[in-house]
Design a protein around this ligand. Structure first.
Ligand code: ATP
Ligand code: MG
Length: 432
């Protein structure tokens, strides 16, 4: 690679690394994306690999997906590919399908809209700001961080850098393109993304961006809930929810992320534990995310009211989960699953030998609730006795409920008989 001073882009001239000066080769890019790049190029258009794909390949990581940037308009792209669909409400993107679950996204280069062009409503702003076609250079400058604005040009296999992304990849820096104060105001979700990429890549967020997060954190409350919800799930999918929420807490972002949410050390540890669970190959769901965010508060509530009955526990769980669900427009079904996990913990807390225990052990949510209890116990050092008391009777997740819960060791009752005894197959009802 070039030296640092050779990686400093000039105001008008990008840094260009020729094929021999960088390690990115066509073999690293998936074949469908290569096909798309070549067809655009052969038809006289510019065709670049853009965004996270270039960043990850230069870092020796496996990209999640590959995005293509071009100066062809969406309609021109559509005419080139039979398997192409235009999507997007305001900004039209071309999706080119290869098989049932393979698609390559092609976006026309666009520029940042001028301030006067933006609508007043902050939730509309980020869409509108992406709505105007531009040059490759303008397209680089509208992106969020320098390392996310690198282009790989299929015409000569060079890397084109208008913003200093190559330098920042070397220096392991998350640097905002332009003035962080302004760029965070334009789109507050970028603050969360800065922490996300920092955690994912092990890079440092540069000082002026961190300061700007401190000052602009409150703007996150006005960001489009659907986008925040998606970014939040991204944190969990990328196994960095723990460190990012910890840093969001330290920088003041977290206060504005969830309505009425305050986090404590055990919650953060639980979320870090969920990240490790995801890293071990167990897919993370939005329900377990929700339950883990609110478990600590739920337990505090139970401690405060030791005589709480089932209806009271349900009320408590709803009071914690519902503002989050409503704010982020999460489906009631997901909230329901999260609530079942919390109520399972309430039920474990009441101890063994209660009425309805068999039914509780049969309940589809019980293994998940028990897993959450175990994770909680592991990170907090609490409830070891509770885990021990239930360990042998709660079925493992994914295992047949009857086999483990209903059938004590040595039981020789027939399968058919057991099946007849099961409650009718209906929407699972809450257990007491
Ligand atoms: P990954 O897909 O691995 O999470 P990515 O960098 O590809 O990382 P995406 O969310 O897929 O991230 O976005 C693709 C690209 O679009 C980014 O690399 C960045 O250049 C640009 N981008 C995404 N979100 C924003 C934003 N809020 N503001 C400006 N540019 C953005
Ligand atoms: Mg991406």
């Amino acid at each position: 690679m070039k030296k640092r001073d050779q990686l400093e882009p000039q105001p008008t001239e990008p840094v260009v690394l020729s094929r021999s000066e960088h390690p990115l080769s066509r073999k690293m890019i998936d074949q469908d994306t290569i096909k798309v790049l070549y067809r655009l190029y052969r038809n006289g258009f510019k065709a670049y690999l853009v965004g996270g794909g270039v960043r990850d390949l230069l870092l020796g990581r496996t990209p999640k997906d590959f995005d293509v940037g071009t100066d062809a308009t969406p309609n021109q792209v559509r005419k080139l590919f039979r398997n192409c669909f235009l999507v997007g409400r305001r900004f039209r993107l071309a999706h080119i399908r290869f098989g049932p679950d393979r698609l390559v996204e092609v976006a026309t280069f666009r520029r940042q809209a001028d301030k006067e062009e933006l609508p007043d409503c902050p939730q509309e702003r980020s869409f509108a700001s992406e709505n105007v076609f531009g040059t490759p250079q303008e397209d680089a400058f509208r992106r969020d961080f320098t390392i996310n604005a690198l282009f790989y040009d299929i015409s000569d296999f060079s890397i084109v850098d208008y913003v200093g992304g190559l330098r920042d990849l070397q220096e392991k820096k998350i640097r905002v393109i332009g003035d962080p104060m302004v760029r965070f105001e334009e789109d507050p979700v970028r603050m969360l993304r800065a922490l996300e990429f920092s955690a994912r890549l092990g890079f440092e967020v540069e000082a002026s961006a961190l300061q700007a997060i401190g000052k602009q954190a409150h703007l996150l409350a006005g960001a489009a809930p659907a986008r925040l919800r998606e970014e939040l799930m991204e944190l969990f999918r990328h196994k960095v929810a723990g460190p990012v929420l910890r840093q969001a807490n330290e920088t003041g972002l977290l206060d504005h992320l969830f309505p009425d949410y305050s986090v404590d050390e055990n919650s953060l540890r639980l979320i870090e534990r969920i990240d490790r669970r995801t890293a071990s190959g167990v897919p993370v769901t939005e329900a377990i995310m929700l339950a883990s965010l609110y478990l600590s508060k739920f337990r505090d509530g139970l401690k405060k009211s030791p005589d709480l009955d089932f209806a009271g526990a349900m009320h408590l769980a709803n009071a914690l989960l519902e503002p989050h669900r409503a704010h982020y427009h999460i489906a009631h079904g997901i909230r329901h699953q999260a609530r079942e996990m919390l109520l399972g913990i309430f039920r474990f807390n009441r101890g063994r030998g209660r009425r309805g225990e068999k039914r509780f052990l049969h309940h589809p949510a019980t293994p998940g609730a028990f897993e959450l209890l175990q994770l909680w116990s592991e990170v907090s050092g609490e409830e070891k006795d509770m885990v021990a008391a239930w360990k042998d009777v709660v079925p493992e997740p994914g295992k047949s409920k009857e086999k483990q819960a209903e059938r004590p060791a040595g039981s020789n009752r027939s399968r058919r008989r057991r099946r007849r005894q099961r409650p009718p197959k209906k929407e699972p009802t809450p257990t007491k």
